[in-house]
Design a protein around this ligand. Structure first.
Ligand code: SF4
Length: 102
């Protein structure tokens, strides 16, 4: 009787600890490097303020990854983009494939 009661008291704590432990080991993927071949081909920059406006005339101030259709926010500063699988792009980033979020 005592051990059953003890188990009922301990089980939720153990479950919470396991979940917390799993999250502690879940590392974010690396950020896209502007020098990666795909990034360079698309003119990706981690800071939209640094877009080469002479080269990318389609850039409009205010555009950045966080308001792009392909962006899925994962934290305050980064998210995923289908063009860069396995990596994060910066929320403040930009590339020439930008498409305004609907
Ligand atoms: Fe950022 Fe959109 Fe380009 Fe992806 S497609 S890198 S979210 S601007």
């Amino acid at each position: 009787m005592t051990s059953r009661r003890k188990f009922i008291q301990i089980a939720p704590v153990c479950g919470a600890a396991l979940i917390a432990g799993r999250n502690a080991f879940a590392a974010d993927p690396p950020m896209v490097d502007e020098k990666d071949a795909q990034a360079a081909a698309l003119g990706y920059v981690a800071d939209a303020a640094k877009v080469d406006k002479a080269k990318f005339k389609n850039f409009v101030a205010g555009q950045n990854c966080s308001n792009c259709q392909l962006y899925v926010s994962k934290n305050a500063n980064a998210g995923t983009c289908g063009l860069f699988p396995g990596k994060y792009v910066a929320g403040k980033g930009w590339c020439s494939a930008y498409a305004k979020k609907a």
